[in-house]
Ligand binder design. Structure first.
Ligand code: SF4
Length: 707
């Protein structure tokens, strides 16, 4: 590689691919990118979104200066206004009158200072994130089972397993490079079995040996059945279950009661018995199994239980902590895991400690020398917006996310943003559906300018490196937060000279009084210099004295982070989605992503090449449903739910099951004058994780007739 080449990380999905630039960017132009052959996430591969990154670097629509009420102002004036309002509302109404709503797009260093300011210095735990929408259920599932939010596997396990069960994931479109790696492994070892569990027939099914098109939301029953079958067929890892787990008998008793037979389970899930039988036989005969799960599992009112139903099966048969085995949650966003590491969820404190972790509040307070420690959980995303609408939160700082498009029940989000006394939006773009509600707009650096770290779905820290100087007056999010913290009187604790200093402090906190008690530990970096930080190569945590080169697989020692050191089984009763179809709304709406767009299209919408795949929003409808509703392919359809309406073009296809429809999430009103699909989605959430049930809404359809 030439001396001027730069390595960075793709800003889109949770695969976290390494990206290579053969020469430095100049004149605000980024040269075409290629996959970094040395990056262990992708070994040189990129998907079409990653390959098109250079196309998205455009001055079009950039927010270049701070604005108050649509008037350009200086940073000084903007941060004066923000700090004055935060002071006023927190003095008058208490610290919980303030909230951050963050994003899996921001870097770990940005997240760290936001979390530190809110939880240690302002004194509120109202710090939540759009990552709540993609992986919160998986986090709680891991914590219930392992006592910690620990992803046990590595990507290579997807290639080394003999049976790969993909649940609620269209990885071919959502995590394309992992899909490429899996496809290549399958081509080399055709005996490797791949099972896709998904109500839709997606592109991922192209490499599957078996597709279980189950009734929406019934996933937990399949794993409940596999648990009891494993016990009855004497497939348990008895030594592991007896010595290293607890709660097996209760979980088994519940599984026997909920899913007593193969036939009963198949019936509950709407499956042919022989297809479930095939999965069962492969599960019985294949110890090297990875279960790969994503939003189809997590975005559910019983998402946590679904995760634990999966984990129960792996614990019972000892299929984790080994090469080619484990329950593997794949996150959607590039830094969903980095946010979790710093405590960037309302129910977390910092460094993978919760408020409920014994001694954690005192430990973090001492480490930060914090004057105003929050002492209990804050509000999760949907509850946060409820509290804003109720007038309890008066200042909201939104960073790098577009809740008007991504949160469920758009009408309610709009009411909340209108009610809020001060809405601050930090974004690199103008004109998002959310920034229309901002009182103060702060110009943020975007990918190609940001400098820091992200963590991908296999616990691998990776550097995003600045390729260009910030556009206009854009600042890094951590700088904007530190400026406000200083004006609030906390300058000494936020006097960071660069992201390497934030990273070093974050690393030191992860190792502070840790002694192996906590899973997240990157204390090997607590004295990292700027030069070392700049040269940081991708590495999987924990990275500490015991594991200086990082850690590929967790739980190889069969020791977990519960008080007893044992993993926990959780009794599961499979549940149906909250909003089942009825006479008025007879169809189940499922939502998801398309291959070439990312989230609300603020970046991918700028790359013309990415619109070639699918240029417009659509609704997939089964041919029989289309016929019964008088809807023809490629005609407009009115879609109604109890919460809102949308106008979409029909795509008549038997890829969706009869009674189900599918709509992608990306298109927005502001950018494309399209209906926002989340307007149709209810605010139902999983009671444990707070993750919205974005995959299940009830709707009715009507052909659009022009008058
Ligand atoms: Fe980027 Fe994900 Fe594509 Fe990799 S798979 S290039 S991380 S979008």
């Amino acid at each position: 590689m030439s001396a001027s080449a730069v390595k960075t990380t793709c800003p889109y999905c949770g695969v976290g691919c390494g990206v290579n630039l053969s020469s430095r960017a100049s004149n605000r132009v980024v040269p075409p990118v290629s996959g970094d052959k040395s990056h262990p996430a992708n070994f040189g591969r990129l998907c079409v979104k990653g390959s098109s990154l250079a196309e998205t670097i455009t001055p079009k629509g950039r927010l270049l200066q701070p604005m108050i009420n649509n008037k350009t102002v200086t940073w000084e004036a903007a941060t004066d206004a923000i700090s004055a309002k935060i002071k006023q509302v927190t003095e008058e109404f208490g610290p919980d009158a303030f909230a951050f709503y963050l994003s899996g797009q921001i870097l770990t260093e940005d997240y760290y200072v936001a979390n530190k300011l809110a939880k240690g210095f302002i004194g509120t735990a109202n710090v939540d994130t759009n990552s709540r929408l993609c992986m919160a259920s998986a986090v709680v599932g891991y914590k219930r089972a392992f006592g910690s939010d620990t992803v046990p596997c590595s990507y290579e396990d997807l290639e080394l397993c003999d049976l790969l069960i993909m649940v609620g994931s269209n990885a071919a479109w959502t995590h394309p490079v992992l899909f490429q790696r899996i496809s290549a492994a399958k081509a080399k070892r055709p005996d490797m079995k791949i099972v896709v569990i998904d109500p839709r027939r997606t592109a991922t099914c192209d490499i599957a040996d078996l597709h279980l098109s189950l009734k929406p939301g019934t996933d937990a029953a399949i794993f409940s059945y596999l648990l009891q079958d494993s016990a009855h067929e004497h497939l348990l890892d008895a030594e592991f279950v007896c010595t290293h787990t607890e709660g097996f008998d209760q979980a088994l008793a519940q599984a026997e009661q909920s899913t007593p037979t193969l036939e009963a389970t198949a019936d509950f899930c709407g499956l042919a018995a022989d297809s479930l039988l095939q999965l069962r036989d492969w599960w019985r005969s294949t110890p090297k199994t990875v279960t790969f799960y994503s939003q189809g599992v997590n975005q559910s009112s019983s998402g946590v239980d679904k995760c634990n139903a999966i984990i129960n099966c792996h614990l019972a048969t000892g299929r984790l902590g080994k090469v080619g085995a484990g329950p593997f949650s794949i996150t959607g966003q590039p830094n969903a895991m980095g946010g979790r590491e710093v405590g960037g969820l309302a129910n977390q404190l910092a460094a993978h400690m919760d408020f409920a972790t014994p001694g954690a509040i005192d430990l973090v307070q001492r480490f930060w020398q914090a004057p105003n420690m929050a002492t209990e959980n804050g509000l999760k995303a949907v509850d946060m917006f409820n509290a804003i609408e109720a007038g309890d939160i008066k200042v909201l700082w939104i960073m790098a996310t577009n809740p008007m498009v991504s949160l469920p029940n758009t009408a309610q989000v709009k009411r909340a943003l209108e009610k809020c006394e001060l809405v601050i939006v930090s974004d690199y773009k103008m004109g998002t559906d959310t920034s229309a509600f901002a009182d103060i707009l702060l110009p943020a650096t975007g990918w190609s300018e940001k400098d820091g770290t992200v963590t991908n779905s296999e616990r691998r820290l990776s550097r995003q490196r600045g390729l260009l100087p910030p556009a206009g007056e854009a600042k890094h999010d951590w700088q904007a937060i530190c400026d406000v913290a200083t004006k609030l009187g906390f300058g000494e604790a936020f006097n960071f000279k660069g992201p390497h200093e934030i990273f070093a402090e974050h690393a030191a906190l992860s190792g502070f009084e840790n002694d192996g008690k906590r899973d997240f530990d990157i204390s090997a970096f607590e004295s990292i210099t700027k030069q070392e930080y700049d040269a940081l190569v991708p590495v999987q945590w924990p990275v500490n004295k015991a594991n200086p080169q990082g850690t590929a697989r967790m739980f190889t020692d069969k020791r977990f982070f519960t008080p007893s050191g044992k993993a926990r089984f959780v009794p599961i009763t499979p549940a149906l989605p909250k909003q089942l179809p009825n006479d008025e709304y007879p169809f189940t709406l499922n939502t998801g992503r398309v291959r070439d767009q990312w989230h609300t299209m603020t970046r991918t919408g700028d790359a013309a090449s990415l619109s070639r795949h699918l240029a417009q929003p659509f609704i997939e409808i089964h041919p029989e449903d289309a016929q019964s509703q008088g809807i023809k392919d490629k005609t407009l359809v009115k879609v109604f739910s109890p919460y809102g309406r949308a106008l979409l073009k029909a795509k008549v296809t038997d890829a969706v099951a009869k009674g189900s429809v599918f709509v992608p999430i990306h298109w927005t009103q502001q950018f494309s004058n399209a209906s926002i699909v989340s307007a149709l989605i209810p605010s139902e959430v999983d009671p444990l994780s707070g993750q919205p049930e974005s995959k299940h809404a009830r709707v009715t359809l009507e052909p659009f007739k022009q008058v």
